[in-house]
Design a protein around this ligand. Structure first.
Ligand code: AHR
Length: 331
């Protein structure tokens, strides 16, 4: 949008927006009513702080905005889609230059994104994807390739259980993340694509732990009450894995030996568990997206088109690697 017009609207809507932001209880940054320069204003709706991964992802966005000289209006939705929609609406009223958001679930964004489109504000989707029949509602996506993450988890298990001495079938328990989130759908889909075509594996139980460590702990206890002979835990994030490991230890089960564990994110704590032999495979989900988001936001604010799909680089760490060579993670 024209920057002069944006600044005019910025002051014209100031009173209303101050009221709006006062009613939000997430943290806010960069709302600077005194700003008269031409810097870009980015409204960012984050989903919450459910994991160490998420906290680091928020930090990456905040640090990169500061570094790039972009004014950031940062809203934390505390795991509620309704709060994200409210935040996006407030960004539209505010006439920000660009909106970026992490969609907590894939469905249900068309109305608010149509409002953003009608207001002429480009939207960047990040980390998780959306389902929409109208691809013009957002400019592009930057984030993880969750189908690939699921495939990597399955490929590790195929190698791990390649020997003829394996249990047949290999019995897998899955603890997944927030229902309806694109990364959960992708991690389940990529995993099943390989596991189900193999024939030597069976998913005996699958339950959502909402990406929370406390739920990983509770679910693992309740699984162990119901099911014996578990060969594998496939967990959609490290937080839930660490909770599940605690539960296993309380039952006298040796994580990583009695039960093979594959986990996603690559937090420092999971890498430490891999080094201790309590986890067998860690698949990285890269949270360091802030700098690329700022670069894309600047391009969008200047009216450029951006690539529709950018998947970030991600590694896989296994028990067979040189574990001393893994760099400190930072999260
Ligand atoms: O969307 C990415 C996922 O959300 C991460 O794997 C998880 O830890 C986070 O909370």
């Amino acid at each position: 949008m024209n920057l002069i017009k944006a600044r005019f609207l910025y002051f014209a809507t100031l009173t209303l927006t101050l009221l709006l932001f006062a009613s939000c209880d997430g943290d806010e940054e960069g709302a600077n009513p005194g700003n008269t320069d031409d810097s870009i204003i980015l409204g960012f709706s984050q989903i919450g702080a459910e994991s160490a991964w998420r906290t680091y992802n928020s930090l990456s966005v905040k640090e990169a905005a500061e570094e790039a000289g972009i004014q950031l209006l940062f809203e934390n939705a505390e795991q509620k889609q309704a709060k994200q929609i409210k935040a996006i609406r407030s960004f539209i009223v505010y006439q920000v230059d660009v909106i970026a958001f992490v969609p907590i679930v894939a469905d249900g964004w068309d109305n608010v994104l149509t409002e953003a489109k009608d207001a002429g504000i480009p939207v960047l989707v990040t980390d998780r994807k959306i389902n929409t029949a109208d691809e013009t509602l957002y400019a592009g996506f930057i984030g993880t390739d969750s189908i690939r993450e699921g495939r990597e988890a399955a490929l590790f298990l195929q190698k791990k259980f390649a020997s003829s001495e394996r249990a047949n079938p290999v019995r897998i328990v899955e603890i997944s993340g927030t229902e309806g989130a694109s990364c959960v759908i992708g991690r389940a889909e990529g995993f099943r694509e390989i596991i189900e075509s193999d024939g030597s594996f069976e998913i005996v139980y699958s339950f959502s732990g909402d990406f929370l460590k406390s739920k990983g702990y509770e679910i693992m206890h309740s699984i162990l009450d119901k099911i014996s002979d578990i060969d594998v835990l496939y967990s959609h994030n490290d937080g839930m894995t660490l909770g599940a490991i605690e539960a296993m230890k309380e039952r006298g089960i040796r994580p990583g030996s009695d039960i093979v564990i594959v986990t996603i994110d690559a937090e420092q704590a999971a890498i430490d568990a891999l080094r201790r032999g309590e986890v067998n495979c860690v698949i990285e989900c890269n949270p360091r997206t802030g700098p690329v988001i700022m670069d894309l936001a600047r391009k969008l604010a200047e009216g450029e088109t951006i690539r529709r799909l950018i998947h970030v680089e991600e590694e896989v760490f296994t028990e067979w690697d040189d574990l001393d060579a893994i760099e400190p993670r930072g999260y």
